[in-house]
Write a protein that binds this ligand. Structure first.
Ligand code: GLA
Length: 431
């Protein structure tokens, strides 16, 4: 009996010592800030258009445009500085902004955003340097997180250049903890290009993770070229390549942890059709919608694409399930995304060089989505179909029996999908 009591006592002491130690360990990893991206984050980032050529004037002018053009109302609330805002670290190791590019300081810039209903994002790197060779956060993670918090930063994109010998899980977890410790909710956007399969470990580390290399202004794959030593040169990823890489990862995405197929190139030089297709497919994939064009100088077509509320609603649907490609047939791709309230988003992409006439035989498009546990059941359920890009198109139904305001709606049987373009519908179960 004595022995049992003694064993119990020793066990109790050991367990409480362990708890006490855990409580005391200042370096115990802290959880991520929860709930900052229940739907994919939306905003603007300076990189795709301006690279490191950024400054206070440009950023403020961009913020003004985001308000004036209704982008903030459409959901684009983050304005994110990418690489090149940095100045030097001081003698204590604290990072400062470039005093020439940002003479009023980043804190003043954050105040400017907050006064206008925007949030300010910043960029750093887990390695010794950023990709454009400014100071990285390696060895300064807590210091940097505290600096960002003191400036009023709301979003951190954290890159993966100059990280030789770093363990990705450790490096990103360290910054996650630092952000939490710093006490200000900061959305954490992981950017290691999918190199270490972040979808398998980053669900509780960040709010999104890049799944691919950098996007370029290219719908079709950019041809590979070789340097003088016969090594393939770096080339950007095209919209079509990114689709193929990001689509199979849908099971890993969900509220507060999204696959990130990189920022948008809408308005940067592709055709209007290609921009429309690119934007729609990013929405079908529940991707973060981070604009990357010059908002102070954009065409009406670009503005119409990035502010299409119905298409944005596909991306932002609260169910938070990434869409799937159910069929590839030659140059045609058929995509569905389950939405809340039993609805579906549907999109046909024509990746080919010619316009295509597509037969809308819904029953042949029937499928079972194991991830959502849903299937459209076109045989028994009739859907009212709304065209999300053609506002003049009349709604129709999948089985010609739907009624709207007492009228029987027709079923459309075929549709033309232009080259490098999409046709996009919202299918709502008819009452
Ligand atoms: C990497 C990232 C890009 C951009 C640049 C900045 O390439 O993937 O999105 O942030 O660095 O140098």
């Amino acid at each position: 009996m004595k022995r049992i009591l003694l064993t119990l006592l020793v066990g109790l002491v050991a367990v409480s010592a362990l708890f006490a130690q855990q409580r005391r360990r200042p370096d115990a990893p802290l959880p991520k800030w929860e709930g900052l991206a229940l739907t994919p984050q939306m905003g603007w980032n300076s990189w795709n258009k301006f690279a490191t050529e950024i400054n206070e004037e440009l950023i403020k002018a961009t913020a003004d445009k985001m308000v004036e053009l209704g982008l903030v109302d459409a959901g684009y609330v983050y304005l994110n500085l990418d690489d090149g805002w940095h100045g030097e670290r001081d003698a204590q190791g604290f990072i400062h902004e470039d005093p020439v590019k940002f003479p009023s300081g980043i804190k003043a810039l954050a105040d400017y955003m907050h006064e206008r209903g925007l949030k300010l994002g910043i960029y750093s790197d887990a390695g010794t340097n950023t990709c454009a060779c400014y100071a990285g956060s390696n060895g300064h993670e807590y210091q940097d997180a505290f600096t960002y918090a003191s400036w009023g930063i709301d979003y951190l994109k954290y890159d993966w250049c100059y990280t030789q010998n770093l363990n990705p899980v450790g490096a990103y977890t360290t910054m996650r903890s630092a952000l939490k410790r710093a006490g200000r909710p900061i959305l954490f956007s992981i950017c290691e290009w999918g190199s270490n399969r972040p979808w398998e470990w980053a669900q509780n580390v960040g709010h999104s993770w890049r799944t691919t290399g950098d996007i370029g202004v290219a719908f079709l794959p950019v041809p590979v070229t070789y340097d003088e030593n016969g090594r393939p040169r770096w080339r950007p990823q095209s919209v079509l390549e990114i689709l193929d890489q990001n689509e199979p990862l849908r099971a890993y995405a969900g509220p507060d942890h999204w696959n990130d197929p990189d920022m948008l190139e809408v308005g940067n030089g592709m055709t209007v059709s290609e921009d429309r297709a690119h934007f729609t497919l990013w929405c079908m994939m529940a991707a973060p919608l981070i604009l990357g064009n010059d908002l102070t100088n954009m065409s009406d077509e670009t503005l119409a694409i990035i502010t299409n509320k119905d298409v944005i609603a596909i991306d932002q649907d609260p169910l938070g399930i990434q869409g799937l490609r159910i069929k590839k047939q030659g140059d045609l791709q058929y995509w569905f995304k389950p939405l809340s309230d039993g609805a579906w988003a549907f999109c046909v992409l024509n990746a080919g060089p010619e316009d295509a006439v597509v037969e809308l035989d819904w029953e042949t498009l029937e499928f079972n989505d194991e991830l959502s546990g849903r299937s459209p059941q076109f045989k028994t359920v009739n859907y009212t179909v709304k065209d999300l890009w053609d506002a003049s198109a009349k709604p129709f139904t999948t089985r010609a029996k739907g009624k709207k305001k007492g009228q029987t709606l027709p079923a459309r049987t075929s549709v033309t999908v232009a080259s490098h373009d999409v046709v996009t519908y919202r299918l709502t179960p008819a009452k």
